[in-house]
Design a protein around this ligand. Structure first.
Ligand code: FPP
Length: 258
């Protein structure tokens, strides 16, 4: 069944077996790539390791993918690192996940600086543990003048909450006379979202065989190209990333036109 689905999902999109950076068309690099990094728990389970070992391995993949995205000239990479629903997980797992940004940034911030990467975040920062918030804020501040890749972490992010919050702000601003409700269009509404100033993703990647959005960027993904793979996030390699981009480059984007 899985094979059949893959055939269906990849119809007209023959996947190359070995791909190198040189085979990617430089003039058609997706400006914004968003990734739902899924399958860390299953990766660990397959190896009889605790789930958190999968998250740790997944963190290393974040570093690899960031480096390659920057090298390719991707402008923004948004990574779904922790959703508003992930608080439901066992406390030790949540605590571990909340330590990962610190470990990642503690280890790699000097390299990210060297590579001119700017760290950004979407999600409700106020509800993060103080140590996580501090690490993210430091990285955002240290990298604020960098003009290479924007590495945008979605942390404590939920798209429905984001949209609801935007609606509340729009209503407040209309009441205060700051905006005229008759002028509310998609561009103005987008400026009330956490992704304000960022273009919508061109390509969404989700690993681990799950075919759903899980409350991720519901507004912003309206015309995004989707690429799903059965590969578990800790096994996601540079070559998988190139495959996703190569597939994207074969798609015809019509944005509802012909
Ligand atoms: C989903 O896999 C993954 C997460 C909820 C966490 C993703 C986090 C990382 C990849 C590391 C983030 C790194 C930084 C730098 C913040 P899952 O645990 O739901 O996997 P499963 O479906 O197999 O159980």
């Amino acid at each position: 069944m899985r094979k059949l689905w893959n055939l269906f999902a990849n119809k007209n999109e023959a996947i190359e077996t070995t791909l190198t950076v040189d085979q990617i068309k430089k003039e058609q690099i997706p400006g914004h790539i968003a990734i739902i990094m899924d399958g860390n728990g299953r990766w660990a389970k397959k190896r009889s390791l605790p789930r958190v070992a999968g998250h740790h391995e997944g963190m290393k993949v974040v570093r690899k993918v960031t480096r390659l995205a920057n090298q390719l000239g991707v402008k923004t990479l948004t990574l779904y690192a922790f959703s508003t629903e992930n608080w439901k997980r066992p406390k030790p797992e949540v605590e571990y996940l909340m330590k990962l940004p610190e470990e990642f940034l503690g280890t790699f911030l000097p390299e990210l600086m060297e590579e001119n990467v700017r760290v950004e975040m979407i999600g409700d920062k106020e509800l993060l543990p103080a140590h996580t918030k501090k690490a993210v804020e430091k990285a955002m501040n240290d990298t604020k003048d960098n003009d290479g890749l924007i590495l945008n972490f979605a942390l404590n992010y939920g798209s429905r909450a984001e949209i609801l919050h935007a609606v509340q702000k729009v209503l407040q601003d209309a009441k205060k006379g700051k905006i005229d409700e008759n002028n509310l269009d998609e561009a103005l509404f987008s400026s009330y979202l956490m992704t304000k100033g960022l273009p919508d993703p061109d390509l969404l990647i989700r690993t681990s065989g799950e075919i759903r959005l899980s409350n991720f960027m519901l507004w912003q993904l309206a015309y995004t190209e989707f690429w799903f793979t059965d590969v578990l996030w800790p096994d996601f390699s540079e070559e998988h990333f190139l495959q996703a981009i190569a597939t994207y480059q074969k798609r015809s984007r019509r944005f509802g036109g012909v």
